[in-house]
Design a protein around this ligand. Structure first.
Ligand code: AMP
Length: 641
């Protein structure tokens, strides 16, 4: 009897498991499945992404529902469209030998009528994102009043994204007698609140230590100057020719900019963020899964549902605002027992965050130095030599050999090898000869205002900091409060900044020229019958709070706590905004090249599709910091996106 059989699973599930090639249950499966099969119970399971959670709730739910009854019996809520589709797929795979089970995915960005029709045909299991589910309930398109099971997957992330109210509303329309299974990587207060409100004596299981990272992921950081962030990213890619990675940025804007720059510089990269249309996102994910994209540049929210095997590296191009988010990011690699590396590109002023993360993940970071140009050339050269050694010869080439021999016959073996690899090597050496060492340059020139996205002008005065008596209790987050203030005060796009929303109050900054207006106008405004009170804050603008990172838990505080949590909710949609996924470039065949990475240079070379330097001596085509992503495109003040 194998270990899955011991869990009490049905024949049809065991057959599907065999097809899937799962040999042994994962820890969460081993702990959750027997309990959920045996008892009608609520459960709270603390488990990271990539631990096999979907099967841990999927197997029991499939086994417990009545396939002969076409009513909806189970609702699975998940934070993102991608995750929703992924869970639906997995459930379909698991239940393929169960007759009569229908699973329907319900998510925004696709036809609600089609989804309603699919449900009407009889869907025992609905997998939904909270927003669309709420919408369907409001329109009377779905009936979940008879369900027996409600599963909240990645509950912390759903709440992080601002779905608290939707979840509460949805749960309120379900029967009290149902069982609720809550899966979450972490247990912040809001998740605990949901648990308390909607669950009865849940069994709690924990997989691994709470908040700890996966043992299969090693963590590295590279210290650079803020202006060298992008160059560092390129070098890391060049130093890992077979990199298959997710590169995380904090904002949609940076995500787009970094991806565009990478594509421009010849790497196979694409952006994934909430401003892309559904079709664009699907296209990007398809290419990534198919490995036509080596570097997927993504926001945290958009990458949330990504379950792609064999990701070699997670790159934190910018650190996230919340410590838990680091865990989610690094969990994209080192999945299913494979090894992975989580890289952080960090500036000196952010170094203390590394220690905070270490404390939480209970793992040490290794400090590494960005490889020098020469080291990269060496790596690439050996990579190329190995590639030549391993390449499978297509005998079509025999037809051309006489002509090729004619050209090359005068060369000795040594000369031939030298020349062959030089075709590619020259490009790298020519490029890197001209570049400087960028590693560890933050020392001695620590610039506190190097922080990406942080307003430079208000570290030490300059700006006026205000205290205002409205906050998250009034349904504001930093983006909506910023919008509200701009509108109420009739100020420009960047005139209100460093908005920091707490529960009952908030802080924000303006330049001093607006101080009189802010005090006069805002102190005479009412919000839902309550007078707004604004005062000039003694707090010096939150600049220092950012640096010491001690102000509000996490590792942010101050400005950091105002980071985008609800991507997509306020940000403008830029359908077809271009430059998301550069399908034209990225759809090129993948192999070849000195690094075999990028799609750009078709001219010359050994497949010539590789990365940084394009074309012989093409230093002009290498990224020029002053014009490129560097400082110029970095937002100087917090932005909506
Ligand atoms: P999840 O945490 O549910 O997103 O699962 C992460 C990945 O592990 C998915 O690709 C699953 O198909 C895979 N997986 C789940 N359970 C097992 C298992 N027992 N053995 C091997 N792989 C598994």
């Amino acid at each position: 009897m194998n270990k899955f059989e011991q869990l009490g699973l049905s024949e049809s599930l065991l057959k599907a498991i065999l097809d899937l090639g799962f040999e042994n249950p994962t820890e969460v499966q081993e702990k959750a499945i027997p309990l959920l099969l045996e008892k009608d119970t609520d459960m709270v399971a603390l488990a990271q992404t990539g631990t096999g959670k979907t099967a841990a709730f999927g197997f029991p739910v499939i086994q417990k529902i009545d396939a002969n009854n076409r009513n909806t019996q189970a609702l699975i809520l998940s934070p993102t469209r991608e995750l929703c589709l992924q869970i639906t797929n997995e459930i379909k795979n698991y239940s393929k030998y169960e007759k009569g089970i229908n699973v329907v995915a319900v998510y925004g960005g696709a036809s609600i009528t089609d989804q309603a029709r699919d449900i009407k045909r009889g869907a025992q299991i609905i997998v939904a994102t909270p927003g669309r589910m709420q919408d369907m309930i409001n329109r009377g398109l779905v009936n979940i009043s008879q369900i027996n099971f409600c599963i909240l997957d990645e509950a912390d992330e759903m709440l992080n994204m601002g779905f608290y109210e939707d979840i509460v509303n949805i749960l309120s329309t379900t029967p009290d007698e149902k069982n609720t299974w809550l899966f979450s990587a972490t247990m912040p207060a809001e998740v605990a609140r949901i648990g308390k409100q909607f669950m009865k004596d849940p069994i709690e299981i924990t997989v691994g230590a709470k908040n700890s990272g996966s043992a299969t992921v090693s963590h590295e950081f590279y210290l650079v100057n803020a202006r060298d962030r992008y160059e560092a990213l390129k070098r890391l890619a060049d130093a890992n020719p077979d990199i298959f990675s997710v590169v995380f940025c904090r904002t949609k804007r940076d995500t787009q900019a970094v991806a565009e720059k990478l594509v421009e510089d010849g790497y196979s990269a694409a952006a994934l963020h909430g401003d892309l249309s559904q079709a664009q996102r699907d296209g990007v994910m398809k290419s990534f899964r198919g490995r036509q994209i080596q570097m997927l540049v993504a926001t945290d929210v958009a990458a949330r549902g990504i379950d792609v095997d064999n990701i070699t590296h997670v790159v934190n191009y910018q650190l996230p605002d919340e410590i838990e988010t680091y865990n989610h990011r690094s969990g994209r690699t080192g999945r299913a027992g494979k090894l992975g590396t989580s890289i952080v590109i960090v500036t000196k002023s952010e170094l203390r965050k590394i220690s905070s993360i270490e404390r939480i993940i209970k793992q040490k970071f290794e400090e590494k130095t960005i490889p020098s140009g020469i080291e990269i050339c060496e790596i690439q050269l050996l990579h190329l030599a190995n590639k030549i050694k391993d390449v499978e010869v297509d005998h079509e080439i025999d037809n051309y050999l006489p002509a090729i021999n004619n050209v090359l016959e005068a060369l000795s073996k040594e000369e031939l090898i030298k020349k062959m690899v030089s075709v590619e090597f020259n490009r790298f050496i020519n490029y890197y000869k001209k570049t400087r060492d960028i590693s560890n340059q933050a020392s001695g020139s620590e610039r506190r205002d190097d922080r990406d996205g942080a307003p430079r002008e208000n570290n030490n005065g300059g700006a006026t900091r205000y205290f205002v008596n409205i906050g998250s209790r009034d349904n504001f987050d930093w983006m909506s409060l910023k919008d509200y203030l701009k509108e109420t005060l009739d100020l420009g796009r960047d005139d209100v900044f460093k908005v920091d929303v707490k529960e009952g109050f908030s802080f924000f900054n303006t330049d001093p020229e607006h101080t009189d207006k802010v005090m006069e106008v805002l102190n005479n405004v009412q919000l839902e019958g309550r007078r707004i009170n604004v005062e000039i804050s003694k707090n010096d603008g939150g600049g220092r709070r950012d640096h010491n990172g001690r102000s509000s838990g996490g590792f942010g505080g101050g400005q950091r706590s105002s980071a985008p949590r609800r991507e997509g909710s306020f940000a403008p949609r830029r359908e077809g905004s271009g430059g998301g996924f550069r399908g034209d470039r990225n759809s090129a065949p993948r192999e070849g090249g000195f690094g075999g990475r990028s799609s750009a240079p078709r001219e010359g070379g050994f497949g010539g599709r590789s990365s940084a330097p394009r074309g012989e001596g093409s230093s002009d085509r290498a990224p020029r910091r002053s014009e490129s992503f560097g400082d110029s495109s970095r937002p100087r003040r917090p932005r909506k996106d």
